[in-house]
Design a binder for this molecule. Structure first.
Ligand SMILES: Cc1ncc(COP(=O)(O)O)c(C=O)c1O
Length: 355
């Protein structure tokens, strides 16, 4: 880190202390996170970026001719599959754990719940700080994501039938052990994950529209933060799975709406209960939200492979799926999609490629 980076970084941490415990990923918010805290500022995003770049370089954004021909527009793919955890989540864990290690130097351990990429992010950052990490996943979670977390030294606990159940178990485990409960949505995670968008918007200043998948919303809120921080004018389209439309329904209704999850392919977007803080940040800022089916996501995974030879997991291809669904309206425009992760199990991917 340069001296300038360090100065920004210290200022950032004076302003934003890591919470003792905050959001549990199921929508419950404690006093550490004010209901209407603003989006991270440019200074916060840049300080987060300095931390991220101590662990990884910025990811590339590429134009792929075959994919552009398929989409009928100028298309930038932001390659968040090329991070040390194969997904954009890794940026959030780096920033959150840095703050935690400063605020609670003797933290005995961390606990969180995940479908996989958040857990890999925390595993990687916890290992860096020498902090034990226990991660709770639901039964039937991705085998390869589980293996990747274990390889990072994570104590993996499988319990419950969905993320919500895993999240409740994680909260209980944190209480029992006296370990720090890392939320699945938090301002520091937004600042960290938002660095992908800062890179993209600086690299493509004349972008018309960006498509961003929504799970609990840190990726989308990070994009909204970067857009606001840079005074960028691109439209931001949130993308939910039609098999997990809770955020779309909540934004349309103007209140928090829970919805059953049926997607089997977009596990990173399998949200039943939106986070109220994330909803408040999205409201009035996200230009629109579109839904994509698992079949559309599978087609987008195939397109990414055929046209670019990149592997995308379901959530990682959702942004492209949404763009393909709006192909006519986007003709001739300058668009971006984030390939937010590539961590798909081999058997699932083989089935998808076989069509
Ligand atoms: C690959 C991938 N894309 C998108 C998302 C959704 O991100 P967020 O929860 O920040 O909305 C996730 C969440 O885990 C993910 O793993």
């Amino acid at each position: 880190m340069t001296h300038a980076d360090r100065t920004r970084h210290d200022a950032y941490h004076r302003a934003h202390r890591a919470p003792p415990d905050a959001v549990d990923g199921t929508g419950a918010v404690d006093a550490a996170v004010p209901a209407a805290s603003p989006l991270p500022t440019l200074a916060e995003l840049e300080a987060a970026a300095a931390l991220v770049y101590a662990e990884m370089p910025p990811t590339p954004q590429y134009r792929w001719p075959l994919l552009e021909a398929r989409c009928g527009c100028e298309l930038w793919v932001k390659h968040e599959n090329h991070t040390p955890a194969g997904a954009f989540k890794v940026r959030g864990g780096i920033v959150y754990l840095d703050a935690l290690a400063r605020e609670t130097p003797r933290v005995p351990g961390i606990v969180s719940a995940t479908r996989g990429n958040h857990g890999q992010s925390l595993g990687l950052a916890a290992r860096r700080h020498g902090i034990p990490a226990a991660i709770v996943v639901p039964h039937g979670n991705s085998r390869e994501k589980n293996a990747a977390m274990r390889a990072l030294g994570v104590e993996l606990i499988e319990t419950g039938h969905d993320f919500q159940a895993a999240s409740e178990a994680a909260a209980e485990l944190a209480r029992d052990r006296g370990w720090h409960r890392v939320p699945s949505f938090h301002r520091l995670l937004v600042a960290g994950v938002g660095t992908w968008a800062l890179e993209l918007l600086r690299a493509v200043p004349a972008l018309d529209v960006a498509y961003v998948p929504i799970g609990l919303g840190s990726g989308l809120c990070g994009m909204l933060a970067a857009r606001e921080a840079l005074g960028h004018r691109c439209a931001v389209v949130g993308v939910v799975s039609a098999g997990a439309p809770a955020y779309a329904r909540s934004l349309a209704a103007g209140e928090l709406v829970t919805h059953d999850v049926t997607t089997t392919l977009a596990d990173g977007m399998a949200c039943r209960t939106p986070n109220p803080e994330a909803l408040a940040l999205m409201r009035g800022r996200v230009d629109r939200v579109v839904e994509v089916t698992d079949a559309e996501v599978a087609a987008a995974m195939r397109a990414l492979f055929t046209d670019t030879h990149n592997v995308a997991e379901g959530a990682g291809a959702a942004a492209l799926a949404a763009l393909l669904g709006e192909r006519e309206a986007m003709r001739g425009r300058r668009a971006a999609v984030v390939l937010s992760g590539g961590n798909v199990d081999a058997d699932v991917y083989a089935r998808v490629l076989a069509g």
